[in-house]
Design a protein around this ligand. Structure first.
Ligand code: 5GP
Ligand code: ZN
Length: 138
């Protein structure tokens, strides 16, 4: 994946506003932030999304996000922080190198990540509950 933009950033081939790095992860400012301080946490080694990211790498990403979230929160005087991950194009993923978003949020900033409570049918809840549990047991 020589052309992967985040691999190139991780190798220092492309510039970024780096916030943090350790042996396995790097955190940097998002180039098109939702709010100033919007950060990305990525593994230095290439994985595509949650599905091909091994557990240890996922732990390292969460540990780095946990480290930078309070710093972003204080530095930006945010009221809250969203931590999220887009996986696959349908979920809004645009850069196909796994990463977490760490996004400062403010009271009444008007951002809505998603609409809730669209599906109220109990039978549908029971069916999806069973279907996911079947997959977990497979
Ligand atoms: P995704 O939609 O894949 O979850 O998020 C990708 C994020 O990466 C976007 O928020 C986008 O603004 C950011 N981004 C894309 N290209 C670059 C880049 O070259 N440098 C930095 N710092 N962020 C980038
Ligand atoms: Zn990559």
């Amino acid at each position: 994946m020589g052309e992967c933009i985040f691999c190139r950033i991780a190798k220092g081939e492309l510039p970024c506003y780096k916030l943090y790095e350790d042996d396995n992860t790097m955190a940097l400012l998002d180039i098109f932030p939702v709010h100033p301080g919007h950060a990305l946490v990525m593994p230095k080694k290439h994985t595509t999304d949650i599905f091909d990211t091994d557990e240890e790498t996922a732990r390292q990403m969460i540990a780095a996000a946990k480290k930078i979230a309070p710093a972003v929160m204080k530095a930006t005087k945010a009221d809250g922080i969203n931590i999220g991950m887009n996986n696959r194009e349908a979920a809004g993923q645009e850069v196909f190198h796994a990463h977490l978003h760490v996004i400062p949020r403010y009271k009444d900033d008007g951002l809505k990540a998603w609409h809730k409570n669209l599906f109220k049918d109990e039978k549908q809840k029971q069916e999806v509950h069973e279907a996911v549990k079947r997959e977990l047991a497979a």
